[in-house]
Design a binder for this molecule. Structure first.
Ligand code: 5GP
Length: 192
């Protein structure tokens, strides 16, 4: 998506080979009209699919998932990061290694908000190694829900998470795909 790529080129900050900071429009301050265009694009891509729920993970997925949900006209459920893995029987749980924080989070979703009837679009801001999306897939599997596909804002393709998910048969629609990046040369986008 050219609009998002241009914004990354203009306002993204490459901190290292692995970390792109997009705090000025996605992760701290949010450019709602840009995110609205992203939501519209995911809706166009998934136009022919039945989707009953959008699933994301706190915190940075929530804003983009909510704006996308306006186009799909479905509720958003966000997985919470739990301080305790001992949370009883009312939740689906999974573990996600946080690439940016270097720790493992237990994530939870209440059984009230996801069921075997749901057809789920999983949305997140970044896709790197795929830990966050795989944990959300695992939550859907526990619920018996169908994963229709995934919508990612920025995929760092060279970190491999997206291609592993595609190899497993999941549809992953990333609006900007980074082929490589460095503080010296900036971001180079992937072209098929
Ligand atoms: P993964 O689980 O795919 O390895 O990493 C995705 C998660 O880590 C996302 O939910 C996102 O919050 C965070 N993340 C991964 N790479 C980056 C990055 O380059 N910049 C920022 N801001 N977050 C990232």
């Amino acid at each position: 998506m050219k609009l998002l790529e241009d914004k990354i080129t203009k306002d993204g900050l490459v901190l290292s080979h692995d970390i792109l900071k997009v705090d000025s429009f996605l992760n701290h301050q949010i450019d709602a009209s840009l995110v609205s265009e992203m939501g519209k694009e995911w809706k166009r891509l998934y136009e022919n699919e039945e989707i009953t729920k959008i699933l994301t993970i706190e915190a940075s997925g929530i804003g983009i998932a909510c704006i996308a949900a306006l186009y799909f006209d479905v509720p958003v459920v966000f997985a919470k990061k739990s301080k305790s893995s001992n949370i009883g029987n009312d939740f689906y749980t999974a573990q996600a290694y946080s690439f940016t924080h270097g720790n493992t989070n237990d994530i939870i979703v209440s059984k009230k908000y996801l069921s075997a009837d749901d057809k789920v679009l999983i949305i997140d801001d970044f896709l790197a190694n795929g830990a966050a999306l795989n944990a959300l897939v695992s939550i859907c599997e526990s619920a018996g829900a169908t994963v229709v596909g995934m919508g990612v804002a920025i995929e760092k393709k060279y970190q491999g998470g997206g291609d592993k998910l595609r190899a497993k048969g999941y549809r992953v629609e990333s609006l900007a795909m980074v082929n490589s990046m460095s503080p010296e040369t900036g971001v180079e986008f992937y072209r098929e």
